[in-house]
Ligand binder design. Structure first.
Ligand code: NI
Length: 224
């Protein structure tokens, strides 16, 4: 009986191991295996390969990130996805007490928008806090103005923030450094280009060049 279970388990692992092997040998120089895996998984399910672009992750076919939400903006106004249905948005999840990663990524977003020139007016940059306990609308208002004049800060209750994070598969957790009384947030750090339906059209990995980001955004904006 035990032998049968072992054999079945082994058999079930075969497709996964094969896919992993294909990803391992087929990955591009410097490409993490997990990204090659996603790319190949997308190919196997018949998804059209996305145009290759540095820093841009392809969304595998059938994977939808984003959608409806209820939050409060940095002016204290209640907002939903409908408030951003007039164009595209560039969305980042972070927190204002972040010592390094968040400021870098928000700076990249602002630089990419500058590079887009006139087309940038059709894109709303958004910071969604994953630390609503400290990031009140007033705290966000002070912070967003440092990065871009149109950057919108969004906060909410713990459950409202958890809901939008879940929709974008954003990971976050409190961490308590031993030498500090203040906590930090560990969080995933991707920038999402979302359409008028507030669903992701492209995902940018951390440290994407503003030039690559601007080019990928331009390629995905509808003409007009
Ligand atoms: Ni951060």
């Amino acid at each position: 009986m035990l032998r049968l279970i072992r054999f079945t388990a082994l058999l079930l692992m075969v497709p996964f191991v094969l896919l992993w092997a294909v990803a391992w040998f087929g990955r591009q120089p410097g490409e993490p295996v997990i990204e090659a895996l996603m790319r190949h998984a997308g190919t196997l399910t018949g998804a059209a390969p996305a145009p290759p672009s540095a820093g841009v992750l392809a969304l595998p076919e059938g994977v939808s990130l984003g959608g409806p939400f209820r939050l409060t903006d940095h002016t204290g106004r209640a907002v939903t996805e409908a408030d951003f249905a007039g164009g595209f948005s560039l969305v980042y999840f972070g927190f204002t007490y972040c010592p390094d990663v968040c400021p870098t990524e928000l700076g990249t977003m602002a630089a990419a928008l500058d590079l887009l020139g006139e087309a940038a007016s059709r894109i709303t940059p958004i910071l969604v806090t994953i630390d609503p306990a400290r990031d009140t609308p007033a705290q966000l208002a002070d912070y967003v103005s440092r990065f871009h004049p149109r950057l919108v800060g969004l906060t909410g209750s713990e459950s409202e923030v958890a809901e939008i994070a879940r929709r974008f598969r954003v990971f976050y957790a409190r961490v308590h450094p031993p030498d500090s009384t203040e906590y930090l947030m560990d969080h995933s750090s991707f920038i999402y280009l979302v359409g008028p339906d507030f669903r992701a059209r492209a995902i940018f990995r951390p440290n994407t060049d503003p030039e690559a980001m601007a080019a990928a955004i331009r390629a995905r904006l509808p003409r007009g």
